[in-house]
Design a protein around this ligand. Structure first.
Ligand SMILES: [Ca+2]
Ligand SMILES: [Ca+2]
Length: 193
């Protein structure tokens, strides 16, 4: 009997797959907003929410949801990190963690978040945002600054080195790394290398 201890191809879980969601989303929309401000709620199933213009609130309620905020300053609320796409569109858009003990690792979400300018992880406590400077730069096509709101149980973990502390002003602690700028609410714990 010949042993091949490294031949097991199933060493890592491979059950995850994601539908790549292109521009032609109209056929699959589960909640469609108007040009005004809308509050659009999803279900625990897969929701595809297209909010249109206006300052909209998109509430996913968990699952492999797809969010298109469109124009206006939108808030996209997630209960887990299983969403397929959170696209804020134009405006200053916020991704809101509406739960506790969520770990939103932007390095794991690459390609699934676009045009988000703020993360509100206040939720119900103990949420974590993990990122690199590259993730901050890529999160929005119009801004290199990410605003992070939260309370004292929440924390930001920087995976890369080189962050410099710009001090506190107007309730936010500024950290910069090259062109990337983080504005972190003063109650949020930070852990930069
Ligand atoms: Ca709308
Ligand atoms: Ca928007």
């Amino acid at each position: 009997m010949v042993g091949a201890p490294s031949a097991d191809p199933n060493g890592s879980y491979s059950g995850s797959s994601y539908v790549v969601f292109g521009g032609d989303f109209t056929g699959a929309v589960t909640a469609l907003g108007t040009a005004a401000a809308d509050k659009l709620k999803g279900s625990k199933a897969v929701d595809r929410i297209v909010a249109g213009d206006g300052d909209d609130t998109l509430i996913g309620r968990g699952g492999a949801d797809v969010f298109h905020g469109g124009g206006g300053d939108d808030v996209i609320e997630i209960r887990d990190v299983d969403f397929q796409l959170a696209d804020g569109g134009a405006g200053t858009d916020t991704l809101k963690l509406d739960r506790s003990h969520l770990d939103l690792n932007l390095a794991d979400e690459r390609g699934r978040i676009s045009d988000i300018e703020a993360v509100d992880m206040t939720g119900q406590g103990h949420n974590t945002l993990t990122l690199t400077a590259l993730d901050v730069l890529n999160l929005s096509s119009t801004s290199n600054t990410l605003q992070v709101d939260g309370n004292h149980n929440d924390r930001v973990v920087g995976l890369d080195s080189g962050w410099s502390d710009g001090g506190i002003a107007d309730g936010y602690h500024t950290f910069t790394n090259g062109e990337a700028v983080l504005l972190v609410g003063v109650q949020v714990t930070t852990d930069f290398a």
